[in-house]
Design a protein around this ligand. Structure first.
Ligand code: MLT
Length: 212
């Protein structure tokens, strides 16, 4: 592993030209957690998977929260920039293109924060069980040309109703092409998440190839 400022796992991938995924775990996970899922949704793609640096009762996260669903806005900003800097350094170290974030829960929330604060760093995002991480004024073209898939659960006890829709609208106002699907699920992931994420990534890759 390259000497970078996050504990991380990197898999070079087997498919040439495949868009890398930035794999971001949920609270209490680590850099290994979502790798099998990422392999399932993007077979052969390079995977860059950091471990969140914030510890909450020993559980790794990507930023501090004051209570469930109540975020420390200052820390969200600081950690989003820190993660964005890591991605820039990792791209140089591993010679990869800008990744698509593939984040779950806290990992999806930090991915959304990176998109809003450092729009140039990510090529797009798959946000699983995400919520609005911060309300930041963003230029209406900041995310132009970037696509985001938001998959939320109608029975999610952690994310207030409507919040994932607000996030989708926020990203859309920043210029992203957003698809939001509300699944018959809770906070946990289901087979539908895997199927939809995989199809969306395949279509996104096909669109990018057609556009280039
Ligand atoms: C968060 O803290 O980012 C969200 O509440 C989801 C979680 O990680 O529990």
């Amino acid at each position: 592993m390259a000497d970078l400022p996050f504990i991380h796992r990197f898999e070079a991938g087997a498919r040439s030209g495949a868009r890398p995924l930035l794999v971001l775990h949920g609270t209490g996970g680590d850099e290994n957690d979502l790798v099998p899922l990422a392999r399932a949704v993007a077979p052969g793609a390079p995977l860059l998977s950091p471990r969140g640096k914030v510890l909450e009762n020993g559980m790794p996260r990507f930023f501090r929260r004051l209570a469930e669903g109540v975020f420390d806005a200052e820390d969200v900003r600081r950690r989003a920039h820190e993660l964005a800097d890591f991605v820039v350094a990792a791209r140089a170290a591993y010679d990869i293109s800008a990744p698509i974030a593939f984040g779950y829960s806290n990992g999806a929330n930090i991915a959304a924060a990176v998109m809003l604060l450092r729009p140039e760093v990510l090529a797009g995002a798959v946000l699983l069980r995400a919520m609005v991480p911060l309300t930041e004024p963003v230029a209406s073209t900041a995310l132009a040309g970037r696509n985001v898939l938001v998959l939320s659960g109608v029975r999610d006890p952690i994310i207030p109703p409507g919040n994932a829709g607000e996030l989708a609208a926020l990203l859309e106002r920043a210029g992203a092409g957003v698809e939001h699907r509300s699944l018959m699920a809770g906070h946990e992931l289901t087979q539908a998440d895997v199927t939809l994420a995989r199809q969306w990534l395949e279509n996104d890759a096909a669109g990018l190839r057609a556009a280039s």
